[in-house]
Design a protein around this ligand. Structure first.
Ligand code: COA
Length: 109
């Protein structure tokens, strides 16, 4: 519930520049978490309307999120994405790094 409230306040802060013809250009969803290093944000979903991808909106929205997180004393962002795809290229362009100290693990149930 606390997380939902946090999302809500971020959503309410989105300025009109993230609307095109009154349509939302995309969204980011995630949650913050307290780690031993401080507060971090797990970016769980990020999507730009597929009609307008590649026009710079994703980078602008990501930068906007980063500024809002800084105001909330959040010091880092982490996320999972497919290796070698367009999304990885997008994050690398936005100065994200591949974090070598962690491994993704999975078990089918
Ligand atoms: C990934 C995503 C959020 C990026 O937003 P965007 O507005 O398309 O990206 P920008 O225009 O700011 O940046 C463009 C760069 O991102 C990369 N990129 C990623 N997806 C792209 C797409 N569908 N079309 C064009 N460029 C894309 C390219 O490296 C591009 O750089 P280039 O123009 O030099 O080739 C968006 O394309 C998207 O929603 N994709 C589908 C869902 C997804 O992959 N989400 C991330 C999973 S964690």
């Amino acid at each position: 519930m606390k997380t939902m409230k946090r999302f809500k306040s971020l959503a309410l802060l989105l300025p009109n520049k993230f609307l095109e013809n009154d349509t939302l250009i995309g969204f980011i969803a995630g949650n913050s978490k307290k780690m031993y290093t401080g507060l971090t944000f797990y970016l769980a979903e990020f999507c730009i309307n597929n009609q307008i991808q590649g026009k710079g909106y994703g980078s602008k929205l990501l930068l906007y999120l980063e500024e809002e997180l800084k105001k909330r004393d959040i010091q880092s962002i982490y996320l999972l994405t497919a290796t070698g795809g367009l999304a990885e290229a997008f994050y690398l362009k936005n100065n994200y790094i591949v974090y070598e100290n962690r491994v993704v693990m999975k078990k089918n149930l």
